[in-house]
Write a protein of this length. Structure first.
Length: 110
């Protein structure tokens, strides 16, 4: 169950990056509005929540080395979400790299 929490935190962190990217795509009237707006506040609030989720999981027995390996799943989540949300290209090179990362995660845990 704790591993599901860690994987969920990685996915939520990828979603937070989508919010920050959305903020960067907007035009703001003042420089400070670039940093103080709903997209940024929401993104950082989610990042804070993911940090708390990781601390909770580690306090319940998930090892730091396992969390760091699971966090490499962000290299899977971010490109897929950016493809879905922002229509960014997903090249064969990226797909192969994602496959290698997945294989690495499987090898670590098997």
């Amino acid at each position: 169950m704790m591993y599901v929490i860690v994987i969920s935190s990685v996915f939520l962190a990828a979603c937070a990056q989508m919010l920050l990217k959305q903020s960067a795509r907007q035009h703001y009237d003042t420089w400070w509005r670039q940093y103080v707006n709903g997209w940024v506040i929401g993104g950082y609030a989610i990042m804070f929540a993911t940090m708390m989720m990781n601390i909770f999981a580690m306090s319940r027995g998930v090892e730091v080395k396992e969390v760091s390996i699971i966090e490499s799943m962000s290299y899977l989540f971010v490109p897929i979400l950016s493809f879905i949300v922002f229509k960014e290209r997903l090249t064969w090179r990226k797909i192969i790299a994602i496959g290698v990362i997945i294989i690495g995660i499987i090898v670590f845990f098997v």
